[in-house]
Write a protein that binds this ligand. Structure first.
Ligand code: SF4
Ligand code: MSK
Length: 653
C-alpha cells in the first residue's frame, strides 16, 4: 500500500492530509510517525507508580526462563511483571469508569435540575422511559407529576455515585444468573466512585500485589461503568433529550458548507450541544449570520457528542476521532466547540494555520491557547448563543485557502434498544422474539458489537471496515457505537441497501423484511449500555439460554485507543461476552496475566478477552465463538439447513 493510503481508507481524510502538508499544519497522523510508541510501555511492562522507578521490566530472554533470570525481571520494589501488568490494566479500567462516571454524574445532577425547573429550556421529553425507569427503581408514580417522579429518580441516581454499601441498582436489570455470578465472585460494584477510589488505592505502590486479585478489581470497577455510570448517562439523556428513533443523516467532511458559518461540536456530553442545535435555528442567530455575509449556520458533530446529536436530531457528522484536526484543515471551520474527552490538544496548533476558533466550554476541560466560554445550564440558551455569535463573527476572517472534500454519505441512525424492540416486534408487542427466532432458525448467525475509537497506529477506519464486512457477509448482525459506527456509516454500511450488497443471504433477507441496515448505529460510547440491555432482552425473550454468556454474540474494538475502551471491553467480558481487541494488547508483556484474561476468565465469567490485530482473523474468532454458542444451544443444525437451502437457491438462479 502506498504510504499515503496506509494512513486512511477514507478519501476525504487523505485529501485533507495532503492539504495539511501543503499548509504546514501539523496533525495526528504526522505526530504518530515522529512519536513512536515505547515498546515496553505498550506491553504493559513499565511501572511509574513511585519515585524509585520508573521501572521497565524487560521481556524474558528465552522461552525457558530460569528462576534466577526470572528473579531479576522485577521492579526496584520487587514487583513482578504480573503485578506491574495487572496494576496498569486496573488503572486504565478505573480511568474509563471515572470518565464515563463523571459524565453520568453530571447528567444525573442535570436531570435533577431539569426536574426542579432549574434548567430553563430543557424538559422531560420521554415520559414513557421516565415511567419505566420509575417502575424499575421502585419509585412511586401514582398521580404525581412527571417532575415529582423525576426528582425521586434523580436523587436515587445521584446517590449511586457516592454509595458505600450494597449494590448498584441497575445490576438487577441483568439476567438473574449473571447477577448471582457477580455476587458469588465478589465483583458486584457497591457504588461508582468507591470502586474507582479503591482501584487507585489497590494499585498504589505496595498494596495489592496478586495479579488475580487485581484483575478481579478490574472487573468490579468496569461493571460500575457498564451497569452504572454509562447506563445512568444513557437513561437520563434519553429521558431529557428523547430516546433515539431511526432517522436519516449524512456523514464525512463534505457536510461542511462553503457559504455558511460552520460550527463543529466535539466531545461527549450533549447538554450544550442540544442547546446549540436550538440556538443555531433561532431567527435572530440566522439573521446575524446573514448580516455577516453567510447564508446560514451549519452545525455538525465530531466524535461522541456528534453521535448524541445524530441519534436524536439527525445533525450531520463531520467525522470520527482522527478527523478532528482535518475539519480545521478545510479552512472552512469557524469554530470547534468542545466539551470533554477525546479532544486532541493538537487542535489548537492546527488552528494556528487557519482562522478557526477552538472554544472550550467545560470547567473540567480547558486547553492552553483555546478560548474558554463556560457553558452554564441555568442559562443554557444564552451560553449557546454567545458561542454561536463568536463563530459568526469569525466568518469574515475565513481566508481563500478553503477546500471542503466532497465526500458525504447518507446514513440511517437512531437504533436505541427500545427502537429495535419496536422494529422487530411491532408497536403493540415490542419484543426481541423475532430476532431470537431468526437466530434460532439460522438466518441470523449471531450478533456482534463492533465499537471503539480510531488509532493512527492502524490505517484509519480499515480495521473496522474489514471486520464489519466480514461479519455481515457471514450473516452476523452488527451493532455499533462510537467512532467505529462512523467508520461504517462513511462506507455506506448504515443504509438498508447495504444488506443486499454486503450481507449474507440469511441476514439480508431479515434486513429486507424489517427494512433495516445490516449494521445498526446505537449511539455514543456510553450507549454501549444499550447493547447490554439488548443482550439482556435477548436472554429474557427466551430460546437462547438463560445468561448473556449463552448467547451467540461477540464484541470487538479493532481500532481502540482510549482507557474507556478498556473499561467497556472489560464490562462486556464480565457480562459474559467474548471480546477481541486489535491494535495492541496492554498486558501482553506478562504471559500469566494475559493467559488468565484470555482463558481462565471464560471459566469464571463465561466471557473472555482475545487480541488479534488482523481484523478479518478477528472477525473469524468472533464467528467461531458464535458457532460454539450455537452448538451449545443445539441450534447449529438449523443454520446448516439454511445454508443448504441458500446454496440450492443459488443453483436455481
Ligand atoms: Fe518500580 Fe515498584 Fe515503584 Fe513501580 S512501585 S516504580 S515497580 S519500585
Ligand atoms: S469518541 S472514546 S475516540 S469511540 Fe467516544 Fe471515539 Fe473512542 Fe473517543
Amino acid at each position: 500500500m502506498a504510504e499515503k493510503e496506509a494512513k486512511s481508507i477514507d478519501q476525504a481524510t487523505l485529501e485533507m492530509l495532503e492539504k495539511a502538508a501543503q499548509d504546514g499544519a501539523r496533525v495526528v497522523f504526522e505526530r504518530a510517525e515522529t512519536t513512536r510508541p515505547c515498546p515496553i510501555g505498550a506491553d504493559g511492562m513499565c511501572c511509574s507508580l513511585c519515585a524509585m522507578g520508573p521501572c521497565r521490566v524487560q521481556p524474558p530472554k528465552g522461552k525457558e526462563e530460569t528462576l534466577e533470570e526470572r528473579r531479576k525481571r522485577v521492579g526496584v520494589c520487587g514487583a513482578t511483571p504480573e503485578t506491574i501488568s495487572a496494576r496498569n490494566f486496573v488503572r486504565k479500567a478505573a480511568a474509563g469508569t471515572a470518565s464515563h462516571g463523571d459524565h453520568g454524574r453530571v447528567m444525573a445532577k442535570f436531570f435533577l435540575a431539569v426536574a426542579k425547573g432549574e434548567a430553563p429550556g430543557y424538559e422531560i421529553k420521554d415520559e414513557q422511559k421516565l415511567l419505566q425507569l420509575a417502575l424499575d427503581l421502585g419509585v412511586t408514580i401514582g398521580d404525581r407529576s412527571n417532575e415529582e417522579v423525576a426528582i425521586d429518580i434523580a436523587n436515587l441516581l445521584v446517590k449511586e455515585f457516592g454509595k458505600q454499601e450494597g449494590e448498584l441498582l441497575f445490576l438487577k436489570r441483568a439476567p438473574l444468573k449473571r447477577q448471582e455470578l457477580w455476587r458469588k465472585q465478589g465483583v458486584a460494584p457497591r457504588g461508582i466512585d468507591i470502586e474507582v477510589a479503591e482501584s487507585m488505592h489497590r494499585t498504589h505502590m505496595g498494596t495489592d500485589q496478586d495479579y488475580q486479585d487485581l484483575l478481579k478489581n478490574a472487573v468490579k470497577v468496569s461493571l460500575a461503568d457498564g451497569w452504572g455510570g454509562s447506563m445512568i448517562a444513557t437513561e437520563v439523556q434519553d429521558i431529557i433529550f428523547g430516546t433515539p428513533a431511526p432517522l436519516l443523516s449524512q456523514i464525512n467532511l463534505g457536510v461542511l458548507k462553503d457559504d455558511e458559518v460552520n460550527i463543529i461540536i466535539h466531545g461527549h456530553e450533549p447538554q450544550l450541544a442540544e442547546m446549540m442545535a436550538v440556538a443555531a435555528q433561532s431567527p435572530d442567530m440566522i439573521a446575524y449570520a446573514k448580516s455577516k455575509g453567510a447564508k446560514g449556520i451549519n452545525l455538525a458533530g465530531m466524535c461522541c457528542t456528534a453521535n448524541e446529536m445524530l441519534m436524536r436530531h439527525g445533525v450531520p457528522i463531520a467525522g470520527n476521532f482522527l478527523q478532528q484536526e482535518l475539519a480545521i484543515v478545510t479552512g472552512a471551520l469557524e469554530a470547534m466547540v468542545v466539551d470533554v474527552q477525546c479532544i486532541m490538544q493538537g487542535l489548537v496548533d492546527t488552528a494556528r494555520c487557519y482562522h478557526t476558533k477552538v472554544i472550550t466550554t467545560d470547567p473540567r476541560a480547558k486547553i492552553q491557547g483555546a478560548t474558554h466560554m463556560e457553558f452554564h445550564e441555568h442559562e443554557a440558551l444564552e451560553s449557546a448563543k454567545a458561542i454561536i455569535k463568536m463563530a459568526v463573527d469569525n466568518f469574515v476572517n475565513r481566508g481563500k485557502n478553503v477546500r471542503i472534500p466532497k465526500q458525504k454519505t447518507d446514513m440511517i441512525a437512531g437504533f436505541s434498544h427500545e427502537t429495535i424492540n419496536y422494529l422487530l416486534g411491532g408497536l403493540f408487542r415490542a419484543s426481541y422474539r423475532p430476532l431470537n427466532d431468526n437466530i434460532i432458525n439460522g438466518r441470523i448467525r449471531g450478533v456482534a458489537a463492533v465499537v471503539g475509537c480510531n488509532n493512527p497506529r492502524v490505517t484509519h477506519d480499515s480495521g473496522n471496515l474489514a471486520m464489519v464486512k466480514e461479519l455481515i457477509k457471514n450473516d452476523v448482525l452488527v451493532l455499533q457505537t462510537g467512532c467505529m459506527a462512523m467508520a461504517s456509516a462513511k462506507a455506506g454500511l448504515m443504509l438498508p441497501e447495504a444488506a443486499v450488497q454486503f450481507a449474507g443471504d440469511g441476514l439480508a433477507s431479515v434486513c429486507e423484511a424489517v427494512g433495516i441496515p445490516p449494521v445498526l448505529h446505537m449511539g455514543a460510547c456510553i450507549d454501549n449500555s444499550r447493547i447490554l440491555m439488548s443482550a439482556t432482552a435477548m436472554v429474557k425473550d427466551g430460546g437462547l439460554g438463560d445468561d448473556i454468556s449463552d448467547l451467540p454474540v461477540a464484541a470487538a474494538a479493532p481500532e481502540w485507543m482510549s482507557e474507556k475502551a478498556i473499561t467497556i471491553g472489560q464490562y462486556a467480558v464480565a457480562s459474559g461476552i467474548f471480546t477481541v481487541f486489535g491494535v495492541n494488547w496492554p498486558t501482553i508483556g506478562s504471559k500469566e496475566v494475559t493467559d488468565f484474561m484470555f482463558k481462565d476468565f471464560e471459566e469464571i465469567y463465561g466471557g473472555m478477552w482475545a487480541f488479534e490485530p488482523d481484523p478479518v482473523k478477528a472477525a473469524h474468532l468472533m464467528i467461531a465463538h458464535i458457532d460454539k454458542k450455537r452448538k451449545a444451544l443445539g441450534i447449529d443444525k438449523a443454520r446448516e439447513r439454511v445454508l443448504y437451502d441458500m446454496a440450492m437457491r443459488r443453483e436455481l438462479v
